[in-house]
Every structure is written in structure tokens, then in C-alpha cells.
Design a protein around this ligand. Sequence first.
Ligand SMILES: [Zn+2]
Length: 122
Amino acid sequence: MHEMGLMASMVELLTESARHNQIQKINKVKLVVGKMSMALPDALQLAFDVYKAEGLFSSEAVLEIEERETMGRCRSCGRRFPVLDNCLFVCPDCQGIDVEVISGRELYIDHYEGEDGNADDD
Ligand SMILES: [Zn+2]
């Protein structure tokens, strides 16, 4: 399950960033995951649960995942269209096959929320 490795790298990034921002515990992490990224949201959730046991996260920490559809843009006519099947890159207008992927490969941390040392009733 390569999501485990992905999560390991993300936890590394988060640890680094949290330290930099003096954040003690992370409460929420939001990921953007494209349909073509080959990362399965369910597997990412499972991996997150494993890492949640570590000190970086609060016990109620949640992982939020925004899935992005695969979108293509036809280089011949400029039409943008959702690619329903990840293998079918054909323009619905001109049947062109010179299609650029403009969305769907994303895999990144959109943002995270955490607590710094000072309690805040927000
Ligand atoms: Zn086209």
C-alpha cells in the first residue's frame, strides 16, 4: 500500500511546518487528491489513522480529502472536459487525441489546522 509511504512524507512535511509555526498538535489536515494520483482516499485515511497515534496529531484529528476529477484540455480546439475514464483521452468536440491533463494529478496538503501553545476559545 503506497499510501503509507505518501502519508509518511506528508507527516514529515507537517512535522517540519508545525515546528516552524510553533504548533503543538494538529487537529485537521486537508488533502487534495486527484483521481489520477493513484492514491486511494480510503487507504490514505487508514494510513492517517496509523500516524494519528503519533505525537504530532491531537486524538480528535481528522483528515479531510477533496477529490479532484480528471480534466483534460484539447490542444486542437481548446475544449476542456472531464475525463470519465482515466484511459479515454479523446476530445468530445473534435475527437482530437492531443489532450493535455489539466487536473487530476494533484496530491498535496491544501492546509492544516492546529493548536499553538496558547489556548484559544475560537
Ligand atoms: Zn477538441
